[in-house]
Design a protein around this ligand. Structure first.
Ligand code: PPS
Length: 571
């Protein structure tokens, strides 16, 4: 371990083992219990080891954790607003005792660090949610993560780094705190203002950073988060390409771009304080806190979790002990008459303010509508259009569900042919029977197996949708929960249309093409859907089709019309 005193940012605790100790330590890891890090833990560990989380020297012990949750301070009184804990499931924790060493491995199994487990405890997550996020409300992504994903037991203790976490993307833009400090020194940058972001940057952001740099008389570090951000955010690959385009519009040698492998918690005011400390560790002297910094959006009652300037107030209150100066900023807006950006409070009476909200921007992208150049540079818009095409160029899945012999396959076939006739996207039909032969040949018809079958179909449909094709699925899919899972899997990549083929049981049974109803009634088949196995009728399907009053051709046409009304196909 190294304690580095650098001219920028104060003491830096780098937690990697010295070279001479490393081989011996690595050899000893073979006998130790090990833990495969989750994505969030991998981000936390990387910043612990590099000194990004100085003065922390490991995952928090209970004494640190309790005081951080209650008072934003470590047990020794140092200001630190965010719990950094190693969460594990109970059965895993039961195999450990205080004093044990634990190897922490990345997704590939590479040992990243050894941890001495000093503390093992079950946290009260309700207290943590209230303390850290100000509300125990699952609408908050940090709270949802805490309850739904984080393990029930926390481990605390110091860590010693063995291998640097490996990244293969944008390697030239990734810098540990010591590297950034050294670069600042080399470039002669004495005052550096950092800009935190998890979104693509447009002209308003650029104006804000220009002004902040002027105000602080500092060079600018664009320091976007590329670890974990808010679920649903634009992926970091697209964002980084956008930042690279934007960087060309800053005066040469005044601005740098560096990527931060942080896992955000969206904790608003507390998160702003945390971000400031992290930037101090990276050698920055100033930090921009804008409107609604690290805001998680609305709570279950539809109200904002935090006030727009709560983050600025909290940082201001702790300014003296932070060691980095806040540069507060209000929202920047475009003044049409003057063709320039200005802070909202500097707009004069009678001036026209133009603004495109994030939601409106996404709508325009989605529908391929114009995005004016006062809002964003054309290269940035082009980049986002490429990765986030309008709906008629996105992939989609049509997911049929219904009883056996309800007509799912027939309509699915008709739809497939009509889409092939249009020829604008590749089409794959994942029929129930076909999926059972290829994807799920070993599965039976228990609930567990049916759900697994649907999950597999959903996975393939999601991949097809991601690659901008069309997946048509036609399984029975009798359980609402599994159908919901598929909607979620697919929805993150493109369109999802649930079509309930609502042919009544009597009609399905009369058709009985394969004679399976008859066999089920005679007791030769057990657990047959509709006979002695349940079918949960969809509560909110996107379309309902009753084959008694629709020919397959009409049903397929109706689906095409629905797809058209949603923008997934164009006449
Ligand atoms: S599920 O529940 O979604 O996994 O079922 P799925 O994969 O769509 O079923 C495909 C076909 O399997 C035949 N089959 C049965 N269906 C329901 N219950 C039982 N026990 C059963 N045994 C065999 C049935 O013909 C299904 O085809 P379709 O196309 O729906 O008629």
């Amino acid at each position: 371990m190294t304690d580095l005193i650098a001219p920028h940012g104060g003491e830096l605790k780098i937690l990697y083992a010295e070279k001479q100790d490393r081989d011996e330590l690595l050899a000893s890891t073979r006998e130790l219990p090990s833990w495969d890090l989750t994505r969030r833990q991998a981000c936390d560990l990387e910043l612990l080891l590099s000194g990004g989380f100085s003065p922390l020297t490991g995952f928090m012990t209970q004494a640190d954790y309790d005081r951080v949750v209650a008072e934003m301070r470590l047990a020794d009184g140092t200001l630190w607003p965010m719990p950094i804990t190693l969460d594990v499931p109970l059965p895993f924790a039961e195999g450990l005792s205080p004093g044990d060493s634990l190897v922490l491995r990345d997704g590939e199994g590479v040992p990243i660090a050894v941890m001495r487990v000093d503390d093992i405890w079950v946290p009260d997550k309700h207290v943590e949610a209230e303390g850290v996020f100000g509300a125990d409300d699952p609408a908050h992504p940090g709270v949802a993560y805490l309850h739904e994903q984080a393990g029930t037991v926390y481990l605390g203790g110091p860590v010693l780094g063995l291998n640097r976490p490996q990244h293969y993307d944008f390697t030239h833009l990734r810098h540990e705190p010591a590297e950034l400090r050294a670069l600042f020194e080399k470039w002669g940058w004495r005052r550096i203002v950092a800009f935190q972001t998890r979104n693509p940057m447009h002209r308003a952001h650029q104006e804000l950073t220009f002004r902040a740099a002027q105000k602080a008389q500092a060079n600018l570090l664009i320091h976007p988060v590329v670890g974990m951000t808010k679920p649903g955010d634009i992926d970091h690959y697209s964002r980084v390409r956008c930042y690279q385009h934007l960087l060309k519009h800053y005066p040469a040698q005044t601005t740098a771009l560096s990527l931060l492998p942080l896992a955000m918690r969206m904790a608003g005011p507390r998160e702003a304080l945390w971000h400031a400390i992290i930037r101090k560790n990276h050698g920055c002297t100033h930090f921009i806190v804008g409107r609604d910094h690290a805001g998680p959006g609305k709570n279950s009652q539809g109200e904002d979790f935090y006030g727009p300037y709560d983050a600025q107030e909290l940082v201001a209150r702790h300014q003296d002990e932070l060691g980095i100066e806040m540069v507060p900023f209000e929202a920047m807006v475009y003044v049409q008459e003057k063709a320039e950006y200005r802070p909202l409070s500097e707009v004069q009476p009678g001036e026209t303010v133009l603004n495109i909200s994030g939601t409106e921007f996404r709508r325009r992208l989605q529908e391929g509508l114009e995005i004016p150049s006062w809002f964003s540079y054309p290269e940035v818009v082009e980049e986002l259009r490429r990765t986030h095409p309008p709906r008629h160029k996105q992939g989609f899945t049509v997911f049929f569900t219904g009883l056996p012999c309800s007509g799912k396959s027939t309509i699915a076939n008709a739809l497939m042919v009509k889409l092939l006739e249009r020829g604008d996207r590749p089409v794959t039909l994942l029929d129930g029977d076909l999926a059972r032969k290829i994807l799920s040949s070993e599965l039976g018809f228990s609930r567990e197996h049916r759900d697994l079958n649907i999950r597999r179909i959903g996975y393939v449909a999601a991949e097809i949708t991601k690659h901008r094709g069309v997946a048509i699925c036609a399984p029975i899919a009798p359980y609402a929960a599994a159908r919901g899972e598929v909607r979620e899997m697919v929805g993150q990549y493109g369109g999802f249309l649930e079509v309930y083929v609502a042919t009544p049981l009597e009609v399905c049974e009369t058709r009985d093409r394969k004679g399976l109803y008859a066999k089920a009634r005679a007791g030769f088949i057990q657990g047959f859907t509709g006979v002695d196995d349940p079918y949960e009728v969809p509560e909110e399907p996107d379309l309902v089709i009753d084959t008694r009053d629709h020919t397959p051709d009409e049903a397929a046409q109706e689906i095409l019309l629905k797809l058209e009304s949603l923008g997934y196909i164009k006449q």
